[in-house]
Design a protein around this ligand. Structure first.
Ligand SMILES: [Zn+2]
Length: 240
């Protein structure tokens, strides 16, 4: 590929990341109904407006998330934020600082809005006199990292299943730290950063662990903990 073509591809990629971070977008969900004959018929399209990732991240950071666990009243946490919220705050601060650093390096005046600064960085990427090829490549990596981290943070904190079970990693062992994404079949401990997923089948072992604790509350965590050693590596050391 020519240098010009490569640069154009970089700019294109940068603009896609910037749009995901800073721009709101619309999704159109088809709405179906079942006819009396039992057939599925398209009846319309439900349009929904979504915020860009940075606004969503800010939302998680500022307002936290409510979980069905909290509403149930069994574990009231008045005025507390879920622990995951602080990670969202930290990530927001980090991205903010990195974006400001990029504006500074490129001599762009701050627009006083993170979204506006991300957009102006993407705009500047198309100007070789402002952004060199090396800088464009580095900016692309930075944008991708902001996008991926924001996505992961929102995904993990927005609507995970929060079992009351303890983390099965022996060195962690705290209750209330597990976050389970039922759709992705993956789980994460916000305490020790351990990850369970379907790649190595560890998510099934975790599911059994959660089920056992949920169904047999009377069993003490000490007894369960002593039983974990038999499950092998996935439980005793973070694999994330
Ligand atoms: Zn843990």
């Amino acid at each position: 590929m020519t240098a010009v073509g490569f640069r154009a591809q970089l700019v294109d990629e940068i603009r896609q990341y910037a749009a995901a971070l800073a721009d709101s977008y619309r999704t159109d969900e088809p709405v179906y109904t079942k006819t009396r004959g039992g057939r599925i018929k398209l009846v319309g399209v439900h349009a929904e407006q979504h915020d860009g990732l940075l606004v969503q991240l800010d939302d998680v950071a500022v307002h936290g998330v409510t979980s069905s666990d909290d509403v149930a009243g069994a574990r009231p946490v008045p005025q507390s934020r879920p622990p995951g919220t602080w990670e969202a705050v930290a990530l927001g601060v980090e991205i903010d600082a990195e974006v400001a650093g990029w504006c500074d390096v490129l001599g762009l005046p701050s627009r006083n809005s993170l979204q506006a600064d991300v957009r102006q960085l993407a705009g500047a990427a198309g100007e070789p006199r402002i952004v060199s090829d090396d800088q464009a490549a580095a900016l692309c990596r930075a944008m991708r990292s902001w996008r991926t981290r924001a996505q992961a943070q929102i995904g993990w904190t927005r609507d995970p299943y929060r079992p009351r079970a303890t983390c099965p990693v022996v060195t962690c062992g705290q209750p209330g730290l597990l976050r389970v994404d039922l759709i992705r079949r993956a789980a994460y401990c916000i305490g020790c950063q351990s990850v369970w997923d379907d790649v190595d089948g560890s998510i099934r072992v975790l599911a059994e662990h959660i089920t056992a604790q949920t169904e047999a509350r009377a069993v003490t965590s000490v007894r369960l903990r002593s039983g974990w050693s038999g499950h092998g590596g996935a439980w005793t050391q973070p694999n994330g």
